[in-house]
Design a protein. Structure first.
Length: 115
């Protein structure tokens, strides 16, 4: 219950390892298949950003020191700035969650390290 109650990006905090894992899983979930609306001309910013993500991978390195969210974004549908407009608080919370687990958080978009 604590994990669920503490994963909102506006007020949530990684209070324990389970909450931290839930935050990382939930807040890093961006992908094309999340878009239910198939009419591209009516996409809002959330639809555009999710639709633009062609590939999303969240991995912990072998040394268990780094968790990396690696995205491949088709900037024809959404800019990287659009991504940050709606995901900045989420990525900040992911960084805090990674720290709670003793990890560093890294965000890569189109092979560029952003965090």
């Amino acid at each position: 219950m604590t994990a669920i109650g503490n994963h909102d990006e506006g007020h949530g905090v990684p209070v324990n390892a389970i909450a931290a894992a839930l935050i990382l899983a939930d807040k890093s979930d961006v992908r094309r298949t999340r878009v239910r609306n198939q009419e591209k001309s009516t996409f809002d910013i959330h639809d555009r950003v999710n639709y633009s993500v062609e590939k999303s991978v969240l991995k912990i390195n072998e040394a268990h020191t780094l968790i990396k969210l690696k995205l491949t974004v088709d900037t024809h549908y959404s800019s990287v700035m659009d991504y940050f407009e709606i995901f900045l608080e989420r990525m900040t919370l992911c960084r805090k969650a990674a720290k709670k687990l003793g990890l560093k958080f890294q965000l890569m978009i189109n092979e560029n390290s952003l965090m």
